[in-house]
Design a protein around this ligand. Structure first.
Ligand SMILES: CC(=O)[C@@H](O)[C@H](O)COP(=O)(O)O
Ligand SMILES: NCC(=O)COP(=O)(O)O
Length: 254
């Protein structure tokens, strides 16, 4: 298989989280986006939760304007389409939206869609987003047999929920998790779906993941990347992640 060039979309939720603890507007989410894009990031992701604990509606609008003026950059808005996501999709028409089945007030995303249950509910919303010219990705657990359902409901891509891999990285379960994610990606490709991945990815666990899981088109990374940026700055951090994404696997053969 020809190696895939994986895009890095930086999730800026945690920049907004710090900003929201004062009324001073710092750190600036749009400034962070600018610095990440200048360093070579391919896009920006946000997950505006209904409780606005971090990204607020105004952030989404400002980032949309910034990204529309940035040649080639991709804006990915994540959220639950039965809560607030579709309002942003209709108003701003980002390049991509990612449907995530979170409850309101959820601590963080921790599972993918159960399409046996939700297929009929998500189908018209996927069709609506696609009619607006917005690519639709569905946040999914890495279960190979569930993945083809994402194609059946009309999605363009799946985003594999990588926390179980991240938690297993460097443990005896590492290789088994890599096989599981590789199988899910293969099932997606066989169904005609593109593959994204995200949640708890970091500089250490990325090379093995991208070395073992075929054809990942995009990773969205926020928490660990912003934590690294507190120490190294955005420019060095984004460059380090881009380098990690092209480094060969270190543990995939174990
Ligand atoms: C879908 C996903 O994995 C991310 O959106 C993640 O949930 C980030 O959200 P928080 O930054 O609110 O944890
Ligand atoms: N879709 C995953 C994402 O945007 C970032 O997740 P995390 O790196 O903050 O865990």
């Amino acid at each position: 298989m020809t190696p895939t060039r994986t895009a890095l979309s930086v999730n800026l939720n945690k920049v907004a989280l710090v900003r929201n603890t004062r009324h001073l507007g710092i750190p600036s989410v749009t400034r962070a986006a600018t610095l990440c894009l200048q360093a070579g990031a391919h896009g920006i992701t946000v997950h505006p939760r209904p409780d606005a604990r971090h990204i607020r509606a105004e952030d989404v609008r400002e980032l949309s304007a910034l990204l529309k003026a940035w040649p080639g950059a991709e804006f990915n808005i994540e959220g639950n389409p039965f809560h607030n996501l579709m309002d942003f999709v209709r108003e701003l028409r980002p390049q991509q939206c990612t449907f995530v089945p979170d409850t309101e007030g959820q601590f963080t995303s921790d599972h993918g869609w159960d399409l046996q249950k939700d297929a009929q509910r998500v189908k018209p919303l996927i069709a609506e987003a696609k009619a607006l010219g917005v690519r639709v990705s569905l946040f999914m657990d890495a279960e190979a047999r569930s993945i083809p359902l994402a194609k059946a409901v009309g999605a363009d891509r799946v985003e594999l929920y990588t926390e179980p891999y991240a938690a297993a990285w460097g443990t005896p379960q590492h290789a088994q998790q890599l096989r599981r994610f590789a199988g899910a990606a293969q099932a997606a490709h066989a169904a005609g779906l593109g593959v994204n991945a995200g949640h708890d990815l970091n500089r250490d666990n990325l090379p093995d993941f991208l070395g073992a899981v075929p054809g990942v088109l995009e990773v969205s990374i926020g928490h660990a990347l912003v934590a690294d940026a507190l120490e190294m700055g955005y420019d060095a951090t984004v460059r380090a992640y881009l380098a990690a994404m092209t480094r060969g696997p270190r543990m995939a053969d174990q």
